[in-house]
Design a protein around this ligand. Structure first.
Ligand SMILES: Nc1nc2c(c(=O)[nH]1)N[C@H]1C(S)=C(S)[C@@H](COP(=O)(O)OP(=O)(O)OC[C@H]3O[C@@H](n4cnc5c(=O)[nH]c(N)nc54)[C@H](O)[C@@H]3O)O[C@H]1N2
Ligand SMILES: Nc1nc2c(c(=O)[nH]1)N[C@H]1C(S)=C(S)[C@@H](COP(=O)(O)OP(=O)(O)OC[C@H]3O[C@@H](n4cnc5c(=O)[nH]c(N)nc54)[C@H](O)[C@@H]3O)O[C@H]1N2
Ligand code: SF4
Ligand SMILES: [Mo]
Length: 737
């Protein structure tokens, strides 16, 4: 087992092997090394292309190396995703790796209640001893893990296979539940497989683009650049309660009342039907359930929808006319849709419109969900949580046998039932059923909905393990054992971006101190658990990648035609499916051009339900609707990474703030810069006021990057996807002092 621990990590030292001064005197300049003279020791000797580790756009960055170490980077000019562009996070990607709070060695909580450095041997054996003891005493429901959308496909597969097949941990889920579970469930139900159908080329080919609950100018700036390259003078319609950066850049902004989208899209469908804009041919040949839908939407008259959404009838009519008149209409949605107590039906209300107007399977069309994290799409196929490795189903015996054969493991190791989702795992912790929890590459103690409950719950755990690149995260601070992980740039593997493109991310930096790649942590834990033999062939990420390619054979996500990382890099990333060059050779591919879906009979299905009442309407005690989301393009989530860059830190406010409409501010005597307490039924926090007309009267907005925000949010969940409804709860504001 010892040979799994690299020599350099055996020294019990807090010193990092490679410290940061190299990058400090670099001039930040998108073209390379800027105007200053580049010191000899920083002159690159080679470059390597590597996919960015922040968002799901999946830009390729050209990392300039000197003696194997990345000294600077630029955006890869020829990569089909970003075409030479990158956003501030990408430009600063190397800089956040060298921070004093990087976790450099395992830490174990001692009798004194403090975390103390220990060796990897001690860490791995303690992990195995504690988790095994819990399982023995409390049964298989007593262990769980919470993963992420930010590790590689190979890491995911290892974690999922080790967790469920090797260690027999019954429950595993990821932060992707907070993010795109709704899109997954919507596509699965409507199409028979979780298959976002588009390619980024569709941004350029569309003539009407409808963005719903999406703010790509901030959250996906390079995708937005693709929209800007569209030469069709497109109509861009943004449906968002706020006048976001994207809404301001659009041709039309529909400032909808929060959570009234479902009514709006049913109303739009009704009008399209009434005006005869339905592609009957398409509906008859490739779909089912349309008649029921036609009847169902009859009650969504223009007047009703106008009253539900707060939009004038004329604006809804104009929206309908745009969809009816567009030759290539595309819908793009993100968290304003997914993070809702009725997100699945909402996503499907857009899918339904695309199906009935034939806006699917042709260039520039599609019901397109944009993903968030660099490898959220990889987690969908390979995390072994909601679906069985490689796009399979735990409940399907044939699938279990296939996976067991390819992995050469006994089929009895593969669960034949689905496990708990994130919220059910948290409930399990709360009720005392789950005693041991392993959190990997997610900062739940900041990002999970309704923090008070979460934090009270984890206090009940017998053993909490946190595997992160920093020891300072809110979650790592609560851990009994911290496992120090190498980060993006310090390991290799593959990511899958929003348009299903698989790209390679490369090692361009040494991990600090004793930190190990997630992949090697999993290998080590497998060995100490005693199931190392099961993963004999899982020795390098690339070998695991080859196993994963084989696993996908004959599934909609079939990538069995890929031979390895070299192949992927040479092709500039490859979208799934990729069965062979002959079948899937084109650089940009959208799905469903043949009208064949993955359901029985190959037909897509219309699914719908009436909107539900708001879980927490405003009232006299809590008169404002709290919206939450991304603040700036320089902030990433809980800021563990982006806060480490001097450059990025200058681009956003240091402290939490709440955006308030000028009418409300005036009425309450608030000015920008004044302090308010923001309270919900779950918590009270203090925030600075920012007065801005981008939020409507009666609504306020807080970015999710500050830990305060999720003390307020309310744990409501979509019944199909179990995704939290982060974007709606009732709050009160009160001036402080
Ligand atoms: N800079 C930066 N970029 C990121 C991230 C980051 O942290 N920072 N995170 C990445 C991740 S993981 C994700 S998931 C994506 C998220 O990307 P987005 O979803 O685009 O970002 P959000 O700001 O969370 O939410 C989008 C919009 O939904 C709107 N909204 C709220 N309620 C409603 C509603 O009821 N109806 C409608 N129509 N709209 C509503 C909000 O006003 C907001 O403008 O961004 C990714 N990119
Ligand atoms: N109120 C509100 N809350 C939200 C949202 C919202 O819109 N509103 N959005 C939700 C969404 S869409 C998302 S995706 C979540 C994001 O929430 P989180 O996943 O909690 O956010 P991150 O800050 O990205 O956390 C990733 C963690 O992994 C660590 N890390 C990074 N790279 C590696 C690695 O390679 N290995 C290991 N082991 N660790 C690594 C980072 O240091 C960090 O601690 O937040 C959700 N929470
Ligand atoms: S847009 Fe996303 S993938 Fe591209 S550089 Fe920025 S963070 Fe990285
Ligand atoms: Mo996300």
């Amino acid at each position: 087992m010892n040979e799994l621990i690299p020599e350099r990590t055996k020294k019990n030292t807090l010193l990092r092997e490679w410290s940061g001064p190299l990058t400090k005197d670099l001039v930040l300049n998108p073209g390379g090394f800027g105007l200053g003279k580049v010191p000899e020791r920083l002159k690159p000797t080679s470059t390597v292309d590597s996919v960015c580790g922040f968002c799901a756009t999946g830009c390729s960055l050209k990392v300039h190396l000197r003696d194997g170490e990345g000294v600077n980077l630029s955006a890869s000019p020829a990569y089909p995703v970003n075409l030479g562009m990158a956003c501030p996070k990408g430009w600063e990607a190397l800089r956040v790796l060298d921070a004093p709070d990087r976790a450099t060695e395992p830490l174990l909580r001692g009798e004194d209640g403090e975390l103390h450095p220990v060796s990897w041997e001690k860490a791995a054996s303690t992990f195995a001893k504690k988790f095994k003891a819990i399982k023995e005493r409390h049964g298989p429901d007593s262990l769980a893990w919470l993963g992420t959308g930010q590790i590689t496909c190979e890491d995911f597969a290892f974690l999922g296979a080790l967790g469920k097949f090797g260690m027999g941990i019954r429950h595993g889920d990821g932060n992707t539940r907070q993010c795109m579970a709704t899109a997954v469930a919507a596509y699965k139900q409507s199409f028979g497989f979780d298959a976002p159908p588009y390619s980024y080329q569709d941004y350029e080919d569309s003539d009407v683009l409808v963005f719903v609950g999406a703010n790509p100018c901030i959250a996906h700036p390079i995708m937005w650049q693709r929209v800007m390259r569209n030469k069709n003078k497109p109509e861009i319609i943004v449906v968002d309660p706020r006048s976001t950066e994207t809404a301001n850049a659009a041709t039309t902004h529909l400032a909808i009342a929060p959570k009234s989208d479902l009514s709006l899209f049913y109303g739009v469908a009704r009008e399209l039907i009434a005006q005869g804009h339905i592609k009957r041919d398409y509906v008859d040949r490739y779909t089912e359930g349309f008649e029921g839908f036609e009847d169902f939407v009859q009650e969504y008259t223009l007047e009703k929808v106008s009253s539900d959404s707060g939009l004038p009838v004329s604006a809804i009519e104009a929206f309908v006319a745009s969809i009816a008149g567009g030759k290539r209409v595309s819908f793009w949605w993100t968290m304003g849709v997914n993070q809702s107590y009725e997100g699945v039906r909402l996503a499907q209300s857009m899918i339904n419109i695309c199906l009935m107007t034939g806006n699917i399977g042709r260039p520039g069309t599609g019901p397109n969900s944009i993903t968030g994290q660099c490898n959220a799409m990889g987690s969908r196929l390979f995390s072994n949580t909601t679906s069985l490795l490689g796009g399979h189903d735990f409940l399907n015996e044939g699938h279990r046998n296939k996976v067991s054969e390819i992995l050469k493991i006994d089929v009895s190791n593969i669960p034949d039932e689905n496990c708990w989702a994130y919220d059910q795992i948290v409930n399990g912790v709360e009720s005392g059923k789950i005693k041991g929890l392993w959190i990997i590459a997610t900062n739940s103690a900041h990002s999970w909905v309704g923090q008070g409950r979460f934090r009270d719950a984890v206090k009940k755990l017998e053993f909490l393990v946190v595997q992160d690149m920093y020891h300072s995260t809110e979650t790592a601070q609560l851990a009994d054992l911290v496992l120090p992980a190498a980060s993006w740039g310090e390991k290799e593997g593959t990511f899958i971006n929003s348009e299903r493109r698989i790209g390679v991310t490369r090692k361009v930096h040494k991990a600090p101190g004793k930190a190990l790649s997630d992949f090697n942590i999993f290998r080590l834990l497998a060995a100490y658990w005693g199931c190392g033999a099961m993963f004999k062939e899982w020795d390098t990420p690339e070998n695991v990648f080859k196993i994963l390619c084989r696993l996908t054979k004959d599934r909609p996500c079939d990538i069995s035609g890929l031979s390895g990382y070299g192949d992927l890099s040479a092709k500039g990333g490859v979208q799934w499916p990729y069965r062979s060059e002959d079948q899937d050779g084109e650089t940009h591919r959208s799905l469903f051009s043949d009208g064949k879906f993955y359901r029985p009979g190959c037909k897509a299905i219309f699914l719908y339900d009436h909107p539900k009442p708001l879980p927490e309407p405003t009232c006299s005690n809590y008169p404002f609707v709290l919206l939450t989301g991304r603040g700036t393009s320089a902030q990433w989530h809980t800021q563990t990474r982006t806060a480490k860059s001097d450059v990025l830190r200058k681009l956003y406010p240091k402290n939490v703030y709440v955006e308030v409409n000028p009418t409300d501010a005036e009425r309450m005597g608030l000015a920008s810069g004044s302090l308010v307490s923001v309270s919900s039924r779950r918590g009270v926090v203090k925030a600075g006021v920012f007065v801005t007309p981008t939020v409507q009267p009666g609504q306020v907005f807080m970015p999710m990057h500050y830990p305060e925000t999720n003390w307020l949010t309310k744990p409501d969940f979509d019944p199909h996807s179990r995704q939290p409804s982060y974007k709606h709860c009732a709050v009160q504001l009160q001036p402080v002092g």
